[in-house]
Design a protein around this ligand. Sequence first.
Ligand code: NAI
Length: 699
Amino acid sequence: MIDYRVDADGVAVLTWNIEGRPVNVMNEETVAAFGDAVERALADGTVKGVVVASAKDDFVAGADVEKFLEDRSLEEIIALSVTMTRITRAMETGGKPFCAAINGHALGGGFEIALGCHHRIAADKPKTRVGLPEVTLGLLPGAGGTQRMSRMLGIQKSLELLLEGRRLPVEVAHKAGLIDAVVEPEDLLAAARKWVADNPNARQPWDDKGFRVPGGAVQSPVGQQVFPTAAAMTRARTWGNHPAPQAILSCVYEGLQVDIDTGLRIEAKYFANLLRDPRTKAMIKTTFFDMAAAKKLKSRPQGVDKAKFSRIGILGAGMMGAGIAYVSARAGMDVVLLDETREKAQAGKARYKAQVEAQIGKGRLSADAGTALLDRIEPTDTFADLAGCDLVIEAVFEDRELKATVTRKAADAAGTAALIASNTSTLPITGLAQAVDRPEAFIGLHFFSPVERMPMVEIILGEKTGDPALARAMDYVQAIGMTPIVVRDSRGFFTSRVFASYVLEGMTLLRDGVKPALIENAAKIGGMPVGPLEVTDATSLSLLWDVRRQWKLDLGDKFEPHPADTVLELMVETLDRPGRRAARGFYDYPAEGPKRLWHGLTEHFPLAEAQPDAETVARRLMHIQAVEALRCTREGIVGPTDANIGSILGWGFPAITGGVISYVGLKGSDTFSEECRDLAGRYGDRFLPPADIDSLLAA
Ligand code: NAI
């Protein structure tokens, strides 16, 4: 597990080399083996110093996150941290110099081992990332990271890195002072050995008497300025919903006022409390495991050969079509981008030229790669150019007849091997599939806007969509680096339907006379990134109103009116406030200065005398989404795992809940049902929860 070798100069090299795993991960076994190796090196009289290295492509990738989901007592978790503390403190204070030879990624616990060494040398590899990203998993670095990083970089810089969890390129980490030297990969071990040989008396600065935190201690003027600001900013960003950033702040604040050993004990306590928090587990399960499995296409139908996409066609070079063309070309595919006229198609492509140039400017893309990317997009107005496409995605106006016409032409031009998809956001896929001769090869690929920033695609199965089409659609989504969820055809599919329940509830609250600012703030207290009124402005009230009217036409007697319909009608038809694009919606968007809630709202939606408390408003906004999502799972539209993933990636449901179905599990199904029935009694039957919720929660 840990190779132990001492060379002629008396330098011991401890090489992480975990058998049977592609990367070195830390768990009880591997940490124990490392601890033994450290002890052996310290006890070995021939050893003058130690290099910690790795035989894999990466250094140590971090903790075995699977173990974090196990149920453990507080004491057991604290014991894990204490073991790491014992090892790293032995390294620091054992009287021999330790140097980390960082040959690849060193993240989380892996980087904490490096921080426990007296010196860190990294191989110069542009792809290597180092840092403490624990906060992104709802955790904090529990192996000394908060204590050592803050003692190395000072309060302000360390808080920035710890609270954001950034993974830094080696050069950036070097400049920040987290890495002491960067060398050519082939020189790494020699450089580490030499440093050890040259520095027999290495000590950590915090073990010296008179150690001072760089930049100022907690009680210094700097500290007294930084902490309240950092706490306020964290609160503004998280609305108190995320326990991890809060705990990180506490670790640094409390830990820097005591010696390092006490600081490490403080960190262990906060770490254990976080790990035992059911919210942390829920977040890790969905965002770490379930999302990774979805990206690896766990639910892909078996027995269908992996599909390759070398040439694809896109119909409509508007906002969505151009975006889909860009992400496909970015993934190396040739893209035929078709619009009514060549000029429109070219204009769609041109919108992404600026994107590409910005990427080149930031050094994320070479100029050659950028040119090649754009060259792969071929604007056209001629259907015959679609010949030989493996896949055609339709993204023209949301008009059934138009979609049918262009899809039919495209399917004929592309040939019988092509998969045909629609990016419709509201029209049932089964109906659209009637336009083509091969409905089994027709599928929904619902992208989100802006395409290049939204990492998910909702794949929609029409009644006749075949398994091969599903498998190929999943392969495509994977090829463009996004995460698929798979849902059955129904009105609004899954994401738009549940998202609509949120924005419609926001408007209903307005109709009920709740203060607009209270509605928006309560949504954030509930954990939503954007309030329902603001997000409706962004998607456009008129679009939503069109959809509601279309559904009413389509469904006739079966259409279920919503109390928010009157709000939409008034805003769009009477008041001509269609949304963000027109700079007039629930908000005003002055040319100068920030947006603000439109002062006319209270005139048209008079305030109720008694205002509800924020918790009740938040509950209405969050529970309604969960009820709607449960209904979707009950109707077989989506499974609980995809519902969770889709809610976080698709419309920003708070990750700390583990997603919209997991949210119910965290509350407890009985409590949730009870609260919903109470809301139903007060505000309407839409809150009535489905029966037997427990059977809907399990994946
Ligand atoms: P858009 O209005 O920006 O683009 C539509 C494009 O289709 C225009 O460039 C138009 O010239 C082109 N077009 C119209 N008739 C055509 C024809 N006969 N042949 C070729 N091209 C033609 O619309 P947007 O927003 O890109 O939406 C496109 C589709 O994507 C719609 O079905 C919409 O519901 C769906 N969608 C939209 C989302 C959004 O956030 N805007 C999100 C997800 C799906």
